[in-house]
Design a protein. Sequence first.
Length: 234
Amino acid sequence: MKKAKISKKAKISEIFLSIQGEGLYTGVPQLFIRFYGCNLSCIFCDTNFDSCRIFTPDTLMDEIAQSKGPYHSISLTGGEPLLQADFIRDFLGKYKKSYKKLVYLETNGTLYRELSKVIDYMDIIAMDFKVPSSTRRASFWKEHEKFLKIAKRKKTFIKAVITRKTSSGDILRMVEITQKINKDIPIILQPVTASIDAKKPSAENLEHFRDILKKSTGRAAEVVPQIHKILGAR
């Protein structure tokens, strides 16, 4: 007798409609699915995990069906959504059969094994590059490189949070890694939203980093702050 298949479950903090506030898709309306928990602890993290709800792929589909208003794509965000990659794989298997919307993954770019489980379902990958002089934590050079080797199969861009402590050497290392994997991958410099632990970079520093990227890639680098913070959007 076959055993009944047990539905995978996920912890999700919230589901809401808003505009994308970061990176190449700033201003685009999205349905955000914020997964609970993260494998990192960056000093500038602004996500609070006060509570969560438990979903199966079917109950999440039911919740999405209740969402009103047009949106461009669903954003799988967090925290770090790839901590729950098995659930995401099962959920997107159902979602892709019912909806024509794009799937947009927001990720810290360290869990490359988990990305390999779900890459076929992704359309856009917004990968944070965790520059150690910005995060004040351990480096993830090897993890980011392995992640990008998988992510390059899809439309991918990089966001790098810039603080007053960000070093030129780290920016150069980031560029070297991305250029080795994909010379055309866009890199967005994102000035940190100031907090107690992370101070905003100066205009001179941002311009210096833009010059580094332009000389290394031959393309002008974009500086895009967290627009949703400026607008007071969710």
